[in-house]
Design a protein around this ligand. Structure first.
Ligand SMILES: [Zn+2]
Length: 120
């Protein structure tokens, strides 16, 4: 079941989503980042650029009052998200439930009496 979260604070918030908790269901949602390094070949002395890809934990951004839906369940296991939920900065809105009780018909307004009491 996907989670929904709402930022109740009046500020934009960014939360780190570490791999150990956010990806604990087996799906890695980390971000691939390319690292560039200058390397020198010891034999020839040639200088070049080596590119390595590294995986970094993801993050999530909420604008003030923003709601996000369809988030993975593991998001609440992330320490910063769990702390924000405990502080009520973030809330999980309850899913809308359908009411089984039919609405009562609106009673017609009674005509206003024309014998209004006023100053004499
Ligand atoms: Zn990951």
């Amino acid at each position: 079941m996907a989670k929904s979260l709402t930022n109740r604070s009046r500020r934009a918030q960014i939360y780190n989503l570490p791999h150990q908790s956010y990806c604990s269901d087996g799906t890695c949602r980390c971000v691939g980042v390319k690292q560039h390094a200058i390397v020198r070949d010891n034999r020839s002395g040639a200088v070049g650029v080596a590119v390595r890809e590294k995986r970094l934990g993801a993050s999530i951004h909420f604008s003030a009052g923003e709601s996000k839906a369809d988030l993975p369940d593991t998001i609440t296991k992330c320490p910063e998200i769990a702390g924000a939920l405990a502080r009520r900065e973030l809330i999980e809105p309850k899913p809308a439930t359908k009411t089984t009780e039919p609405k009562r018909p609106v009673e017609a307004k009674k005509p206003v009496s024309e014998t209004a009491v006023g100053p004499k």
